[in-house]
Design a protein around this ligand. Structure first.
Ligand code: FCB
Length: 438
């Protein structure tokens, strides 16, 4: 890497991120079915209908995986707790085996001097609750509060930080408007309700954890930098709309207690009646805020119904996901998040790329990852020089894993996983980061 720890202020935290369904293996340990299992089992949704049944088998290999995190010199391990593992039916009887797993996992982090940064929900809605409408049902806020309380009572004394929900936009928009993620809906009313209920559930969850005396509570948002595809006012407007429903909706909800006009244009008839009354709960004070950043989007107008906008292919070099590599977008996004979040500490909670790994003689060469990370870490340092209170940076991801609708094909790991033998091989980027952090 072209930086070391010395290029950062004392106490700056480096970390690696993962999520439960993507690595654990949901067939194990009494976890209940989730909407990702059924989404994947429905033809056409996921590459080769792949699912998280075994994934990286982290459930059985977490000790060795945490050794990799610690050996690289990371300070923080960002992981998530699967709702359906903790509560197979989503509410009611918890699964002791599942709670024991997270108990051992957190202890194993502490034994290695890693700070456990938990996300309560990284996308696996228990099927029993999906049957009741999942995020479109307002009751999801109380179901989620119940789950929060179970996790908090069991792990809260040892968690370094907690965020209730990973990337509200993906939960709401990808799952209910684009149909690209579970539950695979394409319905504007379901989307508007899901997006509001995600924030409502976030608020209830924060309230529950505060009442149990927990601190270091935050939120994790994903931003994509929105730019117009050309100089026309129509493209400008398309970019504003995209920016509204992707970037601004959730931060305005949480930090300002309102939704952007550009989004209300499409959502107003569909949001739950009296939704404004929920803002006092949604805007509760947070202790930190996380940004997941990967790319930008070029936006163009369309004739269709709201949002009257589409994405066009940009000219920049792209990752294997087809995402343009645009480090400036991280710089702009951090500055912007800082405007919303004020003085609270910010973290990059995810950043990384899928790249073609070259495997030769037991070594995995992933130079594109090293380059990408160098560029993005540099963009973040620029934001820090401008006064953005960035306190840490966590790479997505520790290891290759289940990349949702793209199955096991897109590899985001610092550590290569052979999905037949499940053998782990640290890539060149892992070794480079280890040198930078030692
Ligand atoms: C983020 C998700 C994460 C992973 C990366 C590539 O949106 O939080 O689970 O899929 O993208």
């Amino acid at each position: 890497m072209d930086f070391t720890r010395k290029d950062y202020p004392e106490g700056f935290l480096f970390g690696a991120s993962t999520s439960s369904y993507q690595i654990e293996g949901h067939d194990f340990g009494g976890a209940g079915p989730t909407h990702w299992d059924t989404f994947a089992a429905t033809p056409g949704n996921v590459v080769r209908a792949e699912h998280g049944g075994i994934a990286c088998d982290h459930y059985h290999r977490f000790e060795a995986d945490l050794d990799l995190v610690a050996d690289a010199g990371f300070d923080v391990y960002r992981f998530s707790t699967s709702w359906a593992r903790v509560m197979p039916d989503g509410i009611g009887q918890p699964n002791e085996e599942g709670l024991d797993f997270y108990d051992r996992l957190v202890d194993a982090m502490l034994e290695r001097d890693l700070k456990p940064a938990a996300t309560l929900y990284h996308w696996e809605m228990p099927s029993a609750l999906a049957d009741k409408g999942g995020w479109t049902n307002r009751d999801v806020a109380s179901w989620f509060a119940e789950f929060t309380e179970i996790v908090s009572r069991r792990l809260g004394d040892r968690l370094w930080s907690v965020a209730p929900i990973n990337e509200p936009w993906c939960v709401g928009w990808m799952g209910h408007f684009l149909g690209l993620h579970a539950p695979g809906l394409r319905d504007i009313r379901a989307t508007a309700r899901a997006m509001h209920h995600v924030l409502l559930a976030h608020g209830r969850s924060i309230e529950v954890m505060r009442s149990l005396g927990q601190d270091k509570l935050g939120a994790v948002f994903n931003f994509e930098w929105a730019e117009p595809a050309d100089d026309s006012p129509e493209a400008q407007r398309a970019a504003e709309t995209f920016d509204g429903y992707l970037n601004r909706f959730f931060v305005e909800g949480v930090f300002r207690g309102r939704y952007p006009e550009t989004v209300l244009e499409g959502f107003a008839p569909h949001l739950p009646e009296g939704y404004q009354d929920d803002f006092p709960l949604i805007t509760q004070k947070l202790d930190w805020c996380g940004l997941n950043y990967y790319t930008r989007k070029l936006c163009a107008p369309t004739d269709g119904p709201w949002p009257h906008q589409t994405e066009v292919e940009g000219p920049l070099p792209k990752t294997l996901m087809g995402w343009e590599i645009y480090p400036d977008g991280l710089y702009y996004s951090l500055k912007r998040l800082h405007e919303y979040a004020g003085d609270m500490p910010l973290y990059v909670t995810e950043n990384g790329l899928a790249s073609p790994d070259v495997i030769e003689g037991g070594k995995v060469d992933d130079q594109p990852r090293i380059d990408y990370l160098n560029q993005h870490f540099a963009a973040a340092r620029r934001a820090m020089e401008d006064g953005v209170p960035l306190n840490g940076y966590f790479v997505w991801s520790l290891m290759d894993n289940y990349e949702w609708a793209l199955g096991y094909e897109k590899r985001f790991g610092l550590v290569h996983v052979d999905f037949d033998s499940l053998e782990r091989t640290p890539k060149a980027s892992y070794h480079a980061l280890k040198r930078a952090l030692s």
